[in-house]
Structure formats: structure tokens, C-alpha cells
Ligand binder design. Structure first.
Ligand SMILES: [Zn+2]
Length: 163
């Protein structure tokens, strides 16, 4: 397993809609293993392929006991509403309060290409939405009003300059 470099805002790959996964082979499983390792090392709960510089529709997550690999993810349904803090490894984990659906059904393929559907609530639902967004070239800050988005980016740049 290899630790991958995390791509950060405003990298172009983070804004591009990913390509579908078509091959479920050893290479894909190795990539998923690398992504888990990279996510754990960064103390995150989810990581999408564009965050390691690859424009692919793939993410991994390990959030509140829900550990999975999701290729070609789709949101089947999203209902209710929750408000909570959200952050992203590509934006230095600077948190912002963001409204999201509270009950979300995810449809995706696992690392062997088997389709599955899974329903998540609360933080898990938030993770489904956040990571699927990444696969569509969207960041959580894109959901924020312009001023708040600029504030998050400013804080991220400031914290980055301290490192
Ligand atoms: Zn993220």
C-alpha cells in the first residue's frame, strides 16, 4: 500500500466530473487500499479519487461503522434535513456548517463490481453526499453562499501558509 498525496483546493481535478469505473481488477483494489490508507493517515472519514489526483467516480469511506468502497456512486434518494459541521481533506478540514439531507440512499458498485444500495442517516448520509459530490466535481464549499465560501478559502490559505 502506498500513501497518496492529497490534492487540495483549487486544483482543477477537484472540479471535474469523474470518469466511470469500468474495470474491477487488482489495480482498482490496490487503488482503493491506497485511498483507505491515505484517508486514515489524514484522519478523515471519506476520500474520493479526485482527492488523490484521479478523475474517477470512486470513493472510500469509514464513517460511524459504515466502511465501504463505492464505484460509480449515485444518490437514489435524499430526504429530511440536518444541519451540522462539515469539512474536507482537500480544504484543510476547515469546518463550515452546512445543511444536508438527513436520510440518503446510495447506489454504487463495490470493488468487485457488485451493485449495492445502502441507506444512511445523519453523519453517514452527509458522507454519502459529500463523497458523491467529489465524484461529480463538486466541493462542499460550492454549497455555501459566496461570502461564507470565501471565508473558508481564506482560512484554509492562512492555515496552509503556517505549515
Ligand atoms: Zn471532501
Amino acid at each position: 500500500m502506498t500513501l497518496r498525496k492529497i490534492t487540495e483546493y483549487p486544483s482543477e481535478v477537484l472540479t471535474r466530473s469523474g470518469e466511470s469505473i469500468t474495470k474491477f481488477d487488482a489495480e482498482l483494489r490496490a487503488l482503493a487500499a491506497d485511498m483507505f490508507e491515505t484517508m486514515y493517515a489524514a484522519e478523515g472519514v471519506g476520500l474520493a479519487a479526485p482527492q488523490v489526483g484521479l478523475p474517477l467516480r470512486l470513493f472510500v469511506m469509514d464513517c460511524e461503522g459504515v466502511k465501504l468502497v463505492a464505484a460509480n456512486p449515485e444518490i437514489v434518494s435524499a430526504i429530511g434535513e440536518q444541519s451540522g459541521q462539515e469539512g474536507c481533506l482537500s480544504v484543510g478540514k476547515v469546518p463550515a456548517v452546512l445543511k444536508r439531507a438527513d436520510k440518503v440512499k446510495l447506489r454504487a458498485q463495490d470493488e468487485n463490481g457488485e451493485w449495492f444500495e445502502l441507506e444512511g442517516e445523519g453523519y453517514v448520509a452527509r458522507c454519502f453526499l459529500h463523497e458523491t459530490d467529489h465524484c461529480d466535481g463538486k466541493l462542499f464549499i460550492d454549497h455555501l453562499p459566496k461570502l461564507r465560501r470565501e471565508m473558508i478559502v481564506k482560512r484554509f490559505r492562512k492555515e496552509k501558509s503556517w505549515k
